[in-house]
Design a binder for this molecule. Sequence first.
Ligand code: F3S
Length: 466
Amino acid sequence: MRRNQLGGQIGTDPIFTPTSHTGRPPPPMTAPFGRPRLTLSTEEQALFDGQRGPTLQKTIRAVVDYGEIFGASRLIPLRGAPHHAVSWGSRGIEPLLRLYRDLADAGLRTYAPFTSNPKPMDPVHLPMDPDQLTALEGVFGFMEELERLNLELGMRSPRDWSCACYEPEMGNTPEFGDYLAWSESSAVSYVNSVIGARSNRNPIGIDMLCSILGKAPYFGLMTDRGRQATWLIDVRTSRLHQVQVLGSAIGLRVMEGIPLIVGLDRFLSRTAAISNGYFKDLGAAIAGNGGASLIHIEGVTPEAIRWGRDLLRDGFETYVVDDDEIERVHAGYPNLWRNRHGTPKRVYLGCPHLTVEQMREWARRIIDAVDAVGGSKIGIPTSLFGSPYVRSAFKARHPELADRLKELGVTIPSSCPMMWCSTPLEDAELVATNSNKTRVFTTARFFNDDVLTDLIVTGELSKGVG
Ligand code: F3S
């Protein structure tokens, strides 16, 4: 079993397969010999030659090296605002912090204010006992430094930590055709697919370097050809299945490929699927289980609306998803709990972070289920994860639901549940989730929403589920 840098178990799923996450495999690694030279403008060449100082020189050289490995032809100016994935101040990111410090000491800032992925902990909204607090402080001892450096380098504000930064309440929402250099897989998938912006799924660190430069290598998902579909996904299910299992089935099959999904528009309106998080969760499950950071949905996503099946590249492959296939994929998820048949200790909902509508739906679902049995408290600690802006909007728009959730004991943290599950104390906890990304990267078990609702009310898994 692979162990992660935190001593937890990120990437434990035995059916998980590593990919390059760029939308295509890298060319044979012959670097530094025989690589095509990326064409630089006069101004870029001056940076490359060190005419604006050694730090900018190192920055552009690293970005150029990265681009050349993937066959980029040139650098392209970025629009929209950056979003960065490094949000955990553990020992493992010390080299990145040194890089950040060099950039800050040179007085550099990102080309526009940026947002960041969620922090690993939220002590106010996800209370911890003293042992947990001590353990977390030990693991994330560089958190304060990361926060300080982020703000020096151009982070928008100390509140702007969420992976669903494109939600309207948070407002880091690019426009169609914007070039970006993001790295968070779920966010890259969302802005590529739903908005039609153009970003590769970049490595952490490269995102910051591109943001400092205001440019990124032009290859992969930034190009028209790189955005063509290599898979036709024919959804023939009798109903709209839970999005996370459908996404996982597609991700595990297409891996690096780009899917054009047909048959989903029978069940989805674009507007509803945006507000209820369907696209967000579909893209995250596909990207988390495979490597695709762009999906086209016939009749729904902007490029599929414009170009239809002309998006399919010659020689595309086909994958048919029916009810039996969904069942097969779901049944194949491993049980990684240390006590395989134990009683779960927590329910985590919101990876990626929830939309306001998803919070409303879960609030309604939980309250109705508790009321149906005449209860006054939930049966297991349960958290709905969302950005601070979404939490505030949910409370403002649905105050009666927010108050009732609080009475029942449901918390609304702004942290990343996957990070929390991956810390030394928490990886022993039996966590239940409806997030396929949390399932893939931790020991948490995946259940469908009905099973989770029952668990939240009773504190026990329904008979026949455990
Ligand atoms: Fe977001 Fe953390 Fe999940 S960054 S997508 S909540 S793993």
